[in-house]
Design a protein around this ligand. Structure first.
Ligand code: SF4
Ligand code: SF4
Length: 246
């Protein structure tokens, strides 16, 4: 990619990040959609208790991968740990190293994207492993939009906490009216709250009694991002399917 191309990509990423922050993971990451689908299959989770310390997983992976990439001069996560390589691009398995890499991709995909989301109803790859998600979390505080808890309406029943696919709410954060840094702005807590206390919010404004405008503005921006990134992929996918079927 040329220097101008790189600069354009960086500018685009910055603009998107300022507007949607980690909302990227909910609305633009097509791999996250696979996990979301798996997490939606069961009515109830088979595994309910998850140690809160798993939340630090993505940060640990991010730190390890940065250090390893610097030491090896290669993108260590893409080379060794990305579960989505199992459904996008296999490395050439011409020798033992290639076989091991592909084995790791398939095992991680099966565990983090299929089995654990089915059992926990959480987005386990996003919540406990993905280093890119951790990196996006850093920019959640610069995002224009956020999800907040209106303390004047909250009972607190913690239904929102139970519904969160990334464990981004705790009793303490609810008491403070906040979501954690890892919130990917999916809106599940907003839908789950029986008191309309979990709300979309535009930073720097009062929490509105009817925050529909903030929600619609965020969704408009998020869908624009999703279409910008996914449009050609969706079109190419449909064309391939039609080509195979017809
Ligand atoms: S679901 Fe609503 S009322 Fe219950 S704890 Fe969450 S914000 Fe408060
Ligand atoms: S459920 Fe609420 S707190 Fe959890 S990621 Fe979605 S928007 Fe954020």
């Amino acid at each position: 990619m040329s220097g101008a191309g790189m600069a354009a990509m960086a500018g685009l990423w910055l603009a998107i990040t300022i507007v949607v922050g980690k909302g990227w993971c909910s609305y633009a990451c097509f791999f996250g959609g696979i996990e979301e689908g798996m997490a939606s299959v069961a009515d109830k989770p088979q595994i309910r208790k998850i140690d809160a310390r798993w939340r630090y997983g993505p940060w640990a992976v991010l730190l390890a991968m940065v250090l390893l990439s610097l030491a090896l001069f290669e993108p260590a996560y893409c080379m060794w740990l990305c579960p989505f390589k199992a459904v996008s691009e296999y490395v050439a398995a011409r020798n033992t190293v290639g076989l091991v890499q592909n084995g790791i991709f398939v095992l991680l995909f099966a565990a983090l994207v299929i089995v654990l989301p089915l059992l926990t109803k959480k987005r386990t790859q996003c919540a406990f492993f993905c280093p890119f998600g951790a990196f996006q979390s850093l920019f959640n505080k610069t995002s224009v939009f956020e999800v907040k808890i209106d303390k004047t309406r909250c009972t607190p029943c913690v239904l929102c906490q139970k519904s969160c696919p990334t464990m981004s709410l705790t009793e303490e954060s609810i008491a403070k009216g906040e979501t954690l840094m890892s919130c990917m702005k999916c809106g599940a807590c907003v839908d789950a709250c029986p008191k309309d206390a979990a709300v979309w919010h535009i930073r720097g404004t009062e929490i509105a009694a009817k925050p529909e405008r903030a929600r619609l503005m965020f969704l408009y921006a998020a869908w624009a991002v999703a279409i910008m990134f996914g449009g050609s992929i969706i079109a190419e996918g449909l064309a391939t399917i039609l080509h195979v079927v017809i």
